[in-house]
Design a protein around this ligand. Structure first.
Ligand code: SAH
Length: 219
């Protein structure tokens, strides 16, 4: 176990407990998700200078103009994704530092995670291997293409906001699959849940959210 994993003292345990209480106050009810978030050391996913703030309910910088999603949004999207039951294969777009990935891997059978910024993907890989998480594969690509090799997926979770739902992601959903995706420009985004039915797609418009933009190409 590396140093940052060992450094989980009493303070940090209390801080984590506060994060969980806050999530419950904000309406997160799934005990499974709350347990996973209590046990996942969020501070190892960020630079040391910021790790003392890891359990605050806020998005924090992870470099390359990107942010780690705030705990509430990670919990909420995970809860909405899993509302209809456990999922086998989940595609995640926007690995970032890998925190949401780590949470997902503990709640579904397997996660396929796509990130367009290579150094971020490398960091995420290190964090997940430090945590001994094995049920995940990473791809350095523009997530607008999805990851066709392993499609169709039972769930898709997108952590950056495009102006509309990428066609290729819709195509890579199995019948009955659920997708959580923020849609819209900075300052005017909403979370949407898409369900693929026998005859098409149902779209639910959920709450206002604030994500970094979904960019095309790879860096
Ligand atoms: N859940 C991540 C969120 C990171 S921010 C975390 O908590 O760390 C969103 C991420 O989406 C960024 O890393 C950004 O580089 C990535 N991203 C944006 N557009 C993308 C695209 N088209 N394909 C893949 N990743 C993308």
């Amino acid at each position: 176990m590396n140093l940052s994993l060992q450094g989980i003292g009493m303070t940090s345990r209390r801080t984590r407990e506060r994060m969980i209480s806050r999530l419950m106050e904000q309406g997160i009810t799934s005990n499974k998700i709350l347990d996973v978030m209590r046990d996942t050391p969020r501070h190892i996913f960020m630079d040391e200078a910021l790790s003392s703030r890891a359990y605050e309910d806020t998005a924090l910088p992870i470099g390359y103009n990107q942010t780690i999603s705030q705990p509430y949004i990670v919990a909420k999207m995970t809860e909405l994704l899993l509302e209809f039951g456990r999922l086998k294969k989940v595609l995640e777009i926007g690995t970032g530092c890998g925190y949401q990935t780590a949470v997902l891997t503990q709640l579904v059978d397997y996660v396929y995670s796509v990130e367009r910024i290579l150094p971020l993907q490398k960091k995420a890989k290190t964090h997940l291997s430090d945590l001994k998480i094995k049920n995940v594969s990473f791809l350095h690509s523009d997530g607008g293409w999805g990851w066709p090799d392993y499609a169709p997926y039972d769930g898709i979770l997108v952590s950056a906001a495009p102006s509309e739902i990428p066609e290729m992601l819709l195509e890579q959903m199995a019948i009955g699959a659920v997708m959580l995706i923020p849609i819209g420009k900075v300052g005017n985004q909403e979370l949407q849940r898409v369900i693929r039915t026998d005859s098409g797609y149902e779209v639910e418009r959920l709450e206002p959210v604030s994500f970094v933009p979904f960019l095309s190409g790879r860096d």
